[in-house]
Design a protein. Sequence first.
Lengths: 231, 252
Amino acid sequence: MFSAFYDALYLNFVKDDRWHYLTNGLKVTLIVTLFSALMGVVLGFVVAIIRSTYENTGRMKIANKLCGLYLTVIRGTPVVVQLMIIYFVIFASVRIDKTLTAIIAFGINSGAYQAEIFRSGINSVPKGQFEAGRSLGFNYGQTMVHIIMPQAFRVVVPTLCNEYITLLKETSVAGYIALEDLTKGGDIIRSRTYSAFLPLIAVALIYLIMVLALTKLVSVLERRLSRGTRR
Amino acid sequence: MKKLISAALILTMVLALAACGSSKGGSDTGTATKGVLVMATNAEFPPYEYHEGDKIVGIDAEIAAAIAEKMGCELKIEDIAFDSIIPEVSSGKADIGLAGMTVTEDRKQSVDFSDSYASSSQVVIVTETSGISSLSDLDANSVIGVQTGTTGDIYCSDEFANIERYNKGMEAVQALSQGKIDAVVIDSEPAKVFVAETSGLKILDESYTDEQYAAAIRKGNTALLENVNKALSELKSDGTLDKIVAKYITAN
């Protein structure tokens, strides 16, 4: 029983240096997740500002319409379809780095979700805070930066981190454009050894460990942020 | 601590379940008794198997239907990813794998193969405008597209550094025609179909490897293996096999 298990381990991970598929894949997964999360923050922040500015002041009507369209389209279609559209349709006949393609696709996708998270954070701050800021002589921008944002930030962090955890797992479809991320690495091992169990369990465990680490990080961060707030 | 214990328990349960899955049952009598022959294939591989309307057709599909008829059972075709076909067969979810699958030593470790029913070769597709005119023009800098887990993938991975592994052969060809990669290595018959349907592509005269197609059957299921081989030899001798191939592949 154990020697069979040992043989399977050897076949799936050691022979022909197959574990490289997992480590290289992990690297790609992390790079794609990190940079698409960053791109998503920027995109999401801009979109959220535009949307809430329109809601509060009625300015930026056209920009708000465009942002609404972006949110509808991106949130209404599966990310794997968006990924393939970007690779095979938008970048048709361009030799573009696939990691970059994936970052763009997942960044645009995550941006839509992060925008809504930011907006809900801004909306969660009571209107009175806004009015208080204005009555102290702050203009709209100053009120946003000095009064609303710091309070919204605290509300947003846990939800935002959940979005990053989702994003990390969603990048597993990158294999559709032949990008060798963690999942595809496991698939390649599977296609060489014809065994499903070990490669898939190994991939699952690696994702699980990353998610657990992220979750731990979030709870620490949350505790830090709630320090000094009265409940 | 409690969390740790429950996590350990869950892990034990998963491993115990997995142990059940991989244990090889001793009472395999083939499928003829059940009356249904389940065939696993990847129907993205014309002319061997592809979707036409709501049906899966092609050489493999018709050969399997003919085998099933000889064995007196009904054929059920399952369309899955190519690299999942062998696990599907070896775990007993499917009885037989026909997917333009080449017999290789590595695959023989996991499944038994029937007698070969077709011969094929791996060919190289390039764009008409590329400077590649023979195999020797492919070098360490060439980016080669393949379908994950095919023999083209396995052989090229040993020889070339830049391999892009697509889930479908068609996607590799699409990437080639968009100039994202330099060449595609794939089986000759689907290659002909892909080139015929995409403008600006050609197949190199020199083939990459030559190989034999056969049906994959779960290891140790000798009853089914013998039945399939018997049906295949009958189909060969009465000319049905040639007729099926000729229907899909026009000689050139």
